[in-house]
Design a protein. Structure first.
Length: 62
């Protein structure tokens, strides 16, 4: 499942880094903290590896 916005991709990258022990879990805030708690490392990898080209900064509220 690819990320739908640049913000989502960055949050997934931060959560993935925490899962791997590259940053402290206490450094996470907002969406990245929630992603850390609810998603597997594989799911986070799929979101984090999304290319940023063509993605909006934030997902529009439709």
């Amino acid at each position: 499942m690819p990320a739908t916005s640049k913000a989502q991709q960055r949050a997934a990258g931060a959560a993935l880094a925490a899962k791997r022990g590259e940053i402290k879990k206490s450094e996470l805030i907002g969406a990245s903290k929630q992603m850390y708690q609810t998603m597997t490392e594989k799911e986070l990898e799929e979101l984090a590896e999304t290319k940023l080209d063509g993605l909006p900064e934030k997902k529009s509220e439709d």
